[in-house]
Design a protein around this ligand. Sequence first.
Ligand code: MN
Length: 422
Amino acid sequence: MVLESKIPVPANSGFGIQNLPYCIFSTYGSELRAGMALGDSIIDLGALAQSGVFDGLHSGIATTLNEATLNNYISLGKEITNAVRLKVQALFSVGNSELSDFEQYLFNKDIVIFHLPIAIGDYTDFYSSKYHAYNVGVMFRGAENALMPNYLHLPVGYHGRASSIVVSGTPLHRPWGQVKPVDATEPIFTTSKQLDFELEMAYVIGKENGLGNPVTTSEAADYVFGFMLFNDWSARDIQSWEYVPLGPFLGKNFGSSLAPFIVTAEALEGAKTDLNTQEPAVLPYLQVDPKSAYDIDLEVIIKPEAGEETIISKSNTKYLYWSVTQQIAHHSVNGCNLRIGDLYASGTISAPEETGYGSMLELTWRGTKPLKLSDGTERKFINDSDTVIMRAYAQANGERIGFGEVATTILPAIANKWEKIK
Ligand code: MN
């Protein structure tokens, strides 16, 4: 059956009746509660739940949809949350008259304030685009040894920082840090001159396995509540000096930015595609159903202060070498417990061609080939007052499935408060 939304959905909005992504929102001075995007509106799920429409499903729905994060709602389990989403889909479809006053539950998306929809427990970042890993390898080690020996055998990742993950629209300051210029013998203390984005897709864990209970690749899909567009900011100059031998630290933990919406795994079922061929064959615990990748178009835009947008990269999640199910199986194979509200991210998603590289590091080849914006200015990395915007769309069941956007403006570094310390 083809569903049609009761309220107008602009062409290519990405927020049609098949999508219904979750968010947490407030209006001026109001409490935070859950919402769902439909067309240019946010459906007030908190108020809708209080009206009693979900009463037959579970007694905890009205309470959990009126909390400031979705963690407790997600913990009700997919059987319940899927039923809620299908109920909303029915209520807002043409032909359903159960909710005669449906308009009172709608807010225009331009007047609401979006908040981070989950309290993020642990944040893990993978490194799952082979094209990205190869490019970085070529830059730092040469083409001969571009991929590390482990790369084709396991989804490489590291444990990141959850506290500094912010919602789209939250500005970030250029970070200070310790940097060792290439020609210098000693490090200097400075503001980062190589501030960069990473184009990533993140996902929210929606089920717990318990310590000591690995999740198999065939069980893993059940653990994914939904997907969120993610910009994992990186200060390349800080990162390249600090990362040996334990990996990323202050070059990464000053901020990462999430789009406000969680697109459910169910809405993306129709956007699944074949995972690339994995050669050499992976160990049995990493073997997966071939159809475990997603076809989601991604783009990155730079918007200078008062300037217009320039699209600087177009990529797709299908270029990821490792699937989400392999990442989860690998993450838990040693017994590590996944918790509701954990955020896992793909790593920079670079396309094979240079117009689809997922970071400035690659797009400008470490600053050696500056990008030209539509206003005529050039960028090697991200300037102060630039806004970096990422957008993503999939196509499923004949409808565009949008992820919203993640937009972050870079503010100048804070005043130097260490100058007088000798
Ligand atoms: Mn990253």
